[in-house]
Write a protein that binds this ligand. Structure first.
Ligand SMILES: *Cc1c(COP(=O)(O)O)cnc(C)c1O
Length: 379
């Protein structure tokens, strides 16, 4: 089955009770048993729920994995992965990372005796340099947020395989429409399904997908034992979102490309960060491991400062000033005062998150309206 069919049919079957084409929302916590243990595979909804199961099968299908797991948020999914580790273990992580992942690693799990090395991963040799006998996990996010750096998943996977270390990839920005980390050698794919998979800014959810049965069993155990699951209504919404993932992504990519080109040609713009440009430092890797370049674009204006960047995002009318990304509607964010405000100025500026940086999640509206909106805001 090809990707554009999997989004609609992958892992899905008609409802066994009445033939409903969409999986019903099984809004129940428990299931009747005829005799103790006499049930139809469902006992309690923290452990299993038919609507969540349909979604988990869809996750597995679109990421080319064998097992999918749904969680109450992207961070709950990451939390489950870190629970595979023990005190004394070490993790090598991308440095230009989703702020909430960084917070979870440093503010929660460092206190439990897990050590994290945050490094730039544009060069896989650098990753190998940080491997020691305690390294258990490599955590990769690509494209990175908000600088749109690209990490070579295959090259990092080779390092992980050589040393028998798990490789997890946060695939939230790319989605499986653009990039399939399990095919490139990753062991675990993670999503904030809140973003492109859900696609309509109406639900918070996380996902994991793996190929290996033993690893899946450990994660299912953690999912049930820790209990950070999502409800049946949210499962239904994300399942519905995934059915249009491919058509939405196609348009996100087209609009993202047009907006990156518009900004690059604008006399007031200093720099545009988008992996589709031939002079992007890792354009070749992006071309090899991604099918297209996505709808996330960051930029800085010439000689601009904090106040001017704020003025631009406030003037935008169609782009909504908001955190998050990946919905049908266009969003704009100012990382220095929003998503990355908790990182000290000197620290964030080292990775390029300067005061004048603006991040766009380009939606699927008419691109001429989006460009006109940017034109009136930038001036
Ligand atoms: C939003 C996001 C997360 C966290 O997901 P939540 O659903 O908000 O918990 C993790 N990684 C990336 C790249 C994200 O954008």
């Amino acid at each position: 089955m090809k990707f554009n069919t999997k989004t609609i049919h992958g892992g899905q079957e008609y409802d066994k009770a009445y033939g409903a084409v969409m999986p019903p929302i099984y809004q129940t916590s428990t299931y009747a048993q005829t005799t103790p243990g006499g049930h139809k595979g469902f006992e309690y909804s923290r452990t299993h729920n038919p609507t969540r199961k349909a979604l988990e099968d869809s996750f597995a299908s679109i990421e080319n994995g064998n097992f999918g797991l749904a969680f109450g948020s992207g961070l709950a999914a990451i939390d489950a992965v870190i629970k595979l580790l023990k005190p004394g273990d070490e993790v090598i992580s991308t440095n230009d990372l989703y702020g909430g992942s960084y917070r979870l690693f440093t503010k929660i799990y460092e206190d439990f005796g897990i050590k994290f090395h945050f490094i730039g991963m544009e060069n896989a040799d650098k990753v190998a340099h940080y491997v020691n006998e305690k390294t258990r996990l490599i955590w990769v996010e690509t494209p990175t947020n908000p600088m749109m750096n690209i990490i070579d998943i295959q090259a990092v996977a080779a390092v992980a395989k050589e040393h028998d270390i798990l490789l997890a990839v946060d695939n939230t920005f790319a989605t499986p429409y653009l990039q399939q980390p399990l095919e490139l050698g990753a062991d675990i794919v993670m999503h904030s399904a809140t973003k492109y998979l859900g696609g309509h800014s109406d639900v918070v959810m996380g996902a994991l997908v793996v190929k290996d049965k033993e690893l899946a069993d450990k994660l299912y155990f953690i999912q049930n034992a820790s209990g950070a699951v999502c409800g049946p209504m949210d499962s239904f919404l994300v399942l519905r979102g995934i059915k249009t993932l491919h058509v939405r992504m196609q348009r996100h990519c087209e609009n993202g490309k047009a907006i990156a080109a518009y900004l690059a040609s604008h006399p007031k713009i200093e720099k545009v960060y988008w992996p589709g440009f031939e002079d992007h430092p890792n354009h070749d890797v992006a071309k090899r491991q991604m099918n297209d370049f996505g709808g996330m674009v960051s930029f800085i204006t010439k000689g601009s400062n904090y106040a001017e960047a704020i003025k631009i995002v406030e003037k935008l009318k169609i782009f909504t000033l908001a955190e998050s990304l990946g919905g049908v509607e266009s969003l704009a964010g100012h990382p220095a005062s929003m998503t990355h405000a908790s990182i000290p100025k000197e620290e964030r500026e080292k990775t390029g998150v300067v005061d004048s940086l603006i991040r766009l999640s380009v939606g699927i509206e008419d691109v001429e309206d989006l460009i006109e909106d940017l034109r009136q805001a930038i001036g």
